[in-house]
Write a protein that binds this ligand. Sequence first.
Ligand SMILES: Nc1ncnc2c1ncn2[C@@H]1O[C@H](COP(=O)(O)OP(=O)(O)OP(=O)(O)O)[C@@H](O)[C@H]1O
Length: 351
Amino acid sequence: MSTIVLKNICKSWGDTEALRDINLSCGKGELLVLLGPSGCGKSTTLRLIAGLETPTSGTIEIEGRDVSNLPPVKRNISMVFQNYALFPHLNVAENILFGLKARKVPKKERRKRLDEAVSLLGLSGFLERRPAQLSGGQRQRIALGRAIVAQVPVCLMDEPLSNLDAKLRQEMRQEIRLLQQRLKMSMVYVTHDQVEAMTIADKIILMKDGHIEQYGTPEDLYNLPATAFTGGFIGNPPMNILTPDAAIFAEFSTALFPAGDTKPILIGVRPEKIELSANSNIQGTVETVEYLGADSLLLCRTGDHSITVSVKGKAEVFPGDKVGLIWKEEDIHLFDAQTGRRIGITAGVRP
Ligand SMILES: Nc1ncnc2c1ncn2[C@@H]1O[C@H](COP(=O)(O)OP(=O)(O)OP(=O)(O)O)[C@@H](O)[C@H]1O
């Protein structure tokens, strides 16, 4: 059974249409990531689930109840914000327990839940400190502590790691994932960072301009992007999206030009599927080389395109070098140039 269900949700402010006909569900114990570029409507969707905004139309169900008209406190959810929303004058223990006190949970029960959260999060040495005396990662743990002691089945997270440095973000996202699994929480997690989404999600909802572009597992979005936008958003670095030129058609005539069909297309090729080859019609000039340790990223100019190529190890090429580029037919993703929609189910095959 789904814990959270949104049906036909629309949200506008005056002329600004933030969300258009959003339908989604988050299964019990599932971590659902809302992903997309700035302004696509992720936070609005989360705030609607939390009850911090009201939909213009549509309904929201949590654990089988229609909560569309209920205030946040009646929705049985916890929420973790980007800025942690901690009280500066309260110490760690008081911050964690604030919500429970407000809900008049008995003192003994509060103590028990605090002890559990503190040991789960490794905060035992810090209980007397105030937020200003803690690092960003420790503050984020307090915000998580609050969500844990609430002991509610649904937790909403709005960009919870964006104030942390890259290394801490990586550690904390694993911590959040482990906690979510251990406590069997249903979680909706907002981020604009596709690496974060790919690494922690059971399912991803990729949003664009107030609608859902694609819904699926991280593997679905990586292997079978439904649109050129998804291809260009998922992957690190993202897929190259190219308008085929004469050289690409010459190299891949059978895959791209089935009998008589001349509909304008785009092709998508992942940087890690491209190889350097002396025997290719697709010739380019290396513009930049970035050595990352395990692999190197090359930016190559070919005709009107800049193509990103990911090469294992240290690439023995330099800016200005002429290179040939090649990839396998089955690694080509075809998209309709007008709609951006994927053509065919299997990459490289047209219907
Ligand atoms: N209170 C508001 N009044 C008017 N427009 C709003 C309001 N809140 C959000 N919007 C608009 O709704 C759209 C979606 O905003 P939202 O904050 O949900 O996007 P987002 O995907 O979370 O972006 P970001 O990653 O930058 O936080 C934007 O165009 C935004 O300007």
